[in-house]
Ligand binder design. Sequence first.
Ligand SMILES: NC(=O)c1ccc[n+]([C@@H]2O[C@H](COP(=O)([O-])OP(=O)(O)OC[C@H]3O[C@@H](n4cnc5c(N)ncnc54)[C@H](OP(=O)(O)O)[C@@H]3O)[C@@H](O)[C@H]2O)c1
Length: 404
Amino acid sequence: MQEACDHSSTSREGHAEGHASAAASAGRRVRVAVFGASGYTGAELVRWLLRHPNVQIAAATSRQEAGKRLEDVFPGLRGQTDLAFSDPDAALTELASPGALDFAFLALPAGASFAYAPRLLDAGVRVIDLGADFRLRDPDAYRRWYGLPHGAPHLLTEAVYGLADLHGAQIAGARLVANPGCYPTAVALALAPLLRRGLAHVGAGDDAGEPVIIHALSGVSGAGASPRPEYQFALLQGNFWPYKVGSHRHTPEMEQELSALAGGSAQVKVLFVPNLVPAVRGILATCYVRPAPAPGPARRPAAAGIPPDAPLDTQVLLALYAEFYGGHPAIQVLPEPALPQAKAVAGTPNCHLAVRFDPHSGYIVAMAALDNLAKGAATQAIQNMNLMAGFPPLTGLEATAQWP
Ligand SMILES: NC(=O)c1ccc[n+]([C@@H]2O[C@H](COP(=O)([O-])OP(=O)(O)OC[C@H]3O[C@@H](n4cnc5c(N)ncnc54)[C@H](OP(=O)(O)O)[C@@H]3O)[C@@H](O)[C@H]2O)c1
C-alpha cells in the first residue's frame, strides 16, 4: 500500500486512457450501496452519486431512519430519488451475494466497518471505507489511537490508501480502499511535492530531521451528525478554538502517509494543531517545514525551465508544485499572489494549494483548502470508485463553487 507517488492514472495521459476506457464502457452502470447514508458523509455521497452517469444506488442504509424515504430526511433531495433508507443488516443480507452489488461505500463511525467489509468482500463486492478502520497499516497503532481492537487485521495488507490523485494505479486494482481522512488528505496533497522531491528536512536514517508543524482549521461538519454540547449554535457562532493538540487521531495517519511519500527510511514526525471554526464545511491546512539541508539535483529535477541548483524560493517551489500536479484538474496550484480559501472549494471535488518560502524564518509554508465532506470524504471516495471501475477519475464530479 502507498509505496509510490503514482501519477499515472490521473495524469493527462491517464485522462486520455480514462476516456478510452469510458468509451468502451459507455452506458455501463455499476450498482452501489451507501452504508451510513443518514450521516454527513453518507448524505454527501448520495448527493453526488445520484447525478453520476454510471451509477445506480441499490441501497442507502440507516438504522434510525430505516423505512423513511431519503427525500423526507434530506429535503434537498426532494424529487430526485424514490429511494428509502434500509436497515444495514438487512441490506447486507440482501446484497452480500455474488453479482448483487459492485461497490459498497462505508460511511460509518470507527469500528463499525468490521461488521460489513469482510462479508461484502467475500461476496465479491469492492469496498471503499470512508472511516479509519483500514487506514493504519499497524493494528496496534489502530488500537492505541482508536481505543479498539482491530476487527479484521487480515485485510490490512491488501487495503490500499485511497489518496486518489497520487495512488491511482494501486487504487484501480484494489478490492478494499481506505479513503483518507479529511485533514490527512489536505496535508498530504500540500506536502507531497516537497516530500517526493526530497526538499523537506524530515527524519530519515540517522538524521532525525525536524517535525512537520500543521495548523489546520475545520468547519463543524467534520465532527459528523451526532450532536454535542459544544456544537450548539450559541457556542459555535462567533467562536473558534483549538482541540486535541498533538493527540488527534489523524496524527498517525499523516505520519504514515507523509513517510511513505518521502520514501526510503523516512520517519516523518508531525505536530498537529486542529482548530474548530464557525463554518459548516471546509478545511484549511497550513504546514510548516524546514527545507532539506542539501537536496541533491537528482531529487530536484528541473521544472518549468528552472535549473535544479537554483536557490530555493517561492517561484521555484510554485514551479515544482505546478509541474507535480500538472494534469490533475481537481488540484489547482494557485499562482502568486493567490492563497487558498475554503469557500472557493466548498461543494466541489477540488483542492486548492499554495506554497511560499519565507526567507526570514527559513520555513517553507504549504497550504491546502478543501471541502471536508467532498474532497475530504465523498468525492474522493467516488474518484476512487471511478478509478476502480475504469471510468475517467472525475466522472460525475463536475462542480464549481458557489460565490459568494
Ligand atoms: N465528517 C467528515 O468531514 C468526515 C470526513 C472524512 C471522513 N469521515 C469519516 O467518515 C465516517 C462517517 O462520518 P460522518 O461524519 O458521516 O458520521 P455521522 O454523520 O455520524 O454518520 C454516521 C452514519 O453511520 C450510521 N451508523 C452509526 N453506527 C453504525 C453502526 N454500528 N452500524 C451501521 N451504521 C451505523 C449512522 O446512521 P444510523 O445510526 O441511523 O445507523 C450514520 O448514517 C467516520 O468514520 C468519519 O471519521 C468524516
